[in-house]
Design a binder for this molecule. Structure first.
Ligand code: ZN
Length: 549
């Protein structure tokens, strides 16, 4: 009898203890009935989590969270899949936004097709300057740069500027050439003003494009840029991106982004790389990095070379399909040395665009000189596309972070071997080797060069195939990433490459409640179906920014 009394008594005590804690803690939001990939240290899976003041309070099993917390905002994830918000570690967010307000030339099948699209676009706009983005002569039957003869006939009295998809070449009409005072025989360091039979063709490559930038500026006012940023943000939220690393912005653009974030219109988090220009550098080196919850300015972006498609990538040996060309570095050796030294001195990361094996060779040497050995300064090489084994070793020895874009591999695979020849292909897009070197890779897209969709990045990284499943045996399959590695590359490793791993990149106590809900599981669904998976909702700081209808 006494025993039974005791048992009943203890049960009562336990019950009362439980009930007095039951749903005791009020939070802003609970997400439950989910499979949550937290991407924490153990890569653990949770079923539910609670959010307060934009941050994750606790994650755990369904009952543990539901019994402990209450909220007016309870999201039933219906057994769907939650991941930390995707980070695009290398893109051109602002530039993509501007592109959304200009003519879209992506997917054009010929130069005539480009001209037709420009004619249609010109009818629907009264802009004083016609701007188009996205042509790629590699997609055309005649894979050669066009000249501007027809462009001059169609548009004799206003400037027309058409950017190649990789942003490393433009074709402009004579009207624009005149406005910018570009003349036959003009020499530009790190660039080409193209001539054919002694005549300007309108093609400007790499640094020569700066000549045109100046006439472009007056046409891009703050309202246009704001408008573009908001459009870009909307599209990015629809695909689950919650942070963008914008690879090269001027001070005025960064300040505009900051202002829009502070007024609340721009909710996207932005890691802004400072464009290598004396005005920008003078300002940020004397004022120091900028860090808010949504903005992080602590790195400088510089170009070592151009792109492989336009043969601007700087190679150690000549191009296989054009033996007189090697590509070239875009600035003097001194420039890279002194920039590296001042980034080091002022506590900024240096993030250098390196495509060709020569660019990767030279810049990893510049980094090595300044960094001296392993370190935690997280200097980055952007793209790291063609890298010899010797130079891959330097990513390890000097703790350099490879910031890579898996869709570049699957977009370029059709013609990369023409440019490089068979032998050099084992240096091409060596993502798994780079990962092994330093233990992490940051993944991005380089949009608008590629599609913005991070699931296409994930697919390209793990499958090394195009959307049709070609090639069957995968493109250089030994360089695939595992699904776990690819997910980490889009979340926690990308955060690390930004010095943001304490606040994002995984769903953990105290981190931002930035997450995405997917209809299916990217970690287990059949490979070929990954790109079709639907984003159900995207959250930034615990606030819904996209919801599928
Ligand atoms: Zn880029």
């Amino acid at each position: 009898m006494i025993k039974m009394f005791r048992a009943t008594f203890s049960l009562l005590v336990i019950l009362s203890l439980v009930s007095c804690n039951y749903k005791n803690i009020e939070v802003d939001m609970i997400v439950h009935n989910a499979k949550v990939y937290t991407v924490d240290e153990e890569f653990s899976i949770a079923e539910a989590f609670a959010i307060k003041d934009g941050k994750v309070v606790e994650l755990g099993a369904e009952r543990a969270i539901m019994n402990k917390y209450r909220s007016e905002n309870v999201i039933d994830a219906k057994k769907q899949f939650v991941y930390p918000g995707f980070i695009d570690a290398h893109c051109h967010f602002l530039y993509y936004g501007l592109g959304l307000t200009s003519a879209d030339l992506v997917g054009t099948t010929s130069w005539n097709d480009v001209l037709e699209r420009m004619q249609i676009f010109s009818l629907g706009t009264n802009e004083a300057l016609l701007y188009g983005i996205g042509w790629d002569q590699n997609d055309w039957e005649v894979e050669e740069f066009p000249d501007n003869t027809r462009l001059n006939e169609l548009f004799p009295d206003r400037p027309v500027i058409l950017r190649r998809i990789d942003g490393h070449a433009v074709i402009v009409n004579d009207f624009a050439l005149k406005m910018a005072n570009i003349e036959v025989g003009q020499i530009v360091e790190g660039g080409i003003v193209e001539l054919k039979n002694g005549k300007l063709t309108g093609i400007l490559i790499d640094n020569a494009m700066d000549l045109i930038e100046e006439i472009l500026a007056p046409y891009m006012n703050d309202d246009d840029i704001k408008n573009g940023l908001l459009k870009a943000q909307k599209n990015c939220f629809e695909v689950g991106i919650t942070t963008v690393d914008d690879a090269g912005l001027d001070r005025s653009q960064i300040e505009l982004i900051d202002a829009m974030q502070k007024e609340g219109s721009l909710k996207m988090r932005v890691y802004a790389m400072i464009a290598d220009h004396p005005d920008n550098l003078d300002y940020y080196f004397s004022n120091g990095p900028v860090k808010t919850d949504r903005l992080n300015v602590r790195s400088v972006k510089v170009y070592a070379d151009g792109a492989l498609g336009s043969r601007g990538a700087s190679l150690l040996e000549p191009y296989s399909d054009k033996p007189e060309e090697w590509g070239f570095l875009l600035a003097s050796f001194d420039h890279y040395d002194s920039l590296a030294a001042s980034c080091y001195k002022n506590g900024f990361q240096l993030n250098t665009h390196c495509i060709g094996d020569s660019a990767n060779r030279y810049l990893t040497d510049v980094y090595a000189k300044v960094l001296g050995g392993t370190n935690d300064l997280r200097w980055r090489i952007e793209h790291a596309q063609i890298v010899t084994e010797i130079d891959i070793q330097k990513f390890k020895d000097f703790s350099i972070i490879p910031s890579i874009q898996p869709t570049h591999a699957t977009s370029d695979m059709y013609w990369a071997e023409e440019r490089l020849g068979m032998e050099r292909m084992n240096e091409a897009y060596p993502y798994q080797s780079l990962l092994k070197a330093n233990g992490l890779v940051a993944l991005g897209t380089d949009f608008p060069v590629e599609d913005i969709d991070p699931l296409k990045t994930f697919y390209a990284a793990v499958a090394r195939k195009d959307l049709k499943g070609y090639p069957e045996g995968s493109f250089l399959p030994e360089q695939k990433l595992s699904r776990k590695e690819a997910l980490m590359g889009m979340t926690i490793w990308a955060a690390l490459s930004n010095f943001e791993e304490m606040e994002k990149g995984s769903l953990e106590l105290g981190k931002f409640a930035d997450f995405v809900i997917l209809e299916q599981d990217i970690m287990s669904v059949d490979e070929i179906h990954i790109p079709e998976i639907k984003v159900m909702a995207t959250y930034v700081n615990g606030e819904v920014v996209y919801k599928r209808k």
